[in-house]
Ligand binder design. Sequence first.
Ligand code: ZN
Length: 171
Amino acid sequence: MTACQLCTAPDAMPVPLSPSGQADLCPTCAGAMTGPVVDAPHWSCLHDAVWSEDAVVQGMAWRVLTRLGAPWANDLMDICDPSPEVRAWAENGAGAEAPDAIIHRDSNGAVLAQGDTVTLIKDLPVKGAGFTAKRGTAVRGISLVPDNAGHIEGRVEGQRIVILTEYVKKV
Ligand SMILES: [Zn+2]
């Protein structure tokens, strides 16, 4: 018998995961990867799993937590802070009922987060502001435009401008 990677139950089977990867999961945990999740004592296992060093285990735990909606799950999400990659993985596979995850990526495909610092990889004329933001300029504390994965906002020469993610590189 194989132990479930999420809850350590002994009746695990290999399960392919969306959007990537595979894990040994018990039927309850496997169902939670794709179907609805209801609050149950079973999910006390997430208190450990969400801190896992294994990104897939942490991502699976985060996915279940985001879909539980229970106060204790929200409290746990407040104190645990997975990497953007883990969050993106967890949200991307969350199923049709979840909102489409908008993931901002820089010119190299690195995931951008609120507050990151980026540099410009080419000179960008700023329309209406009468200046060109020079290649190599650091833009600190960027904001992600929530409904457009191709746009971020940041301050250049004191002006708040919208920048295309394809023209920036995460520092
Ligand atoms: Zn399990």
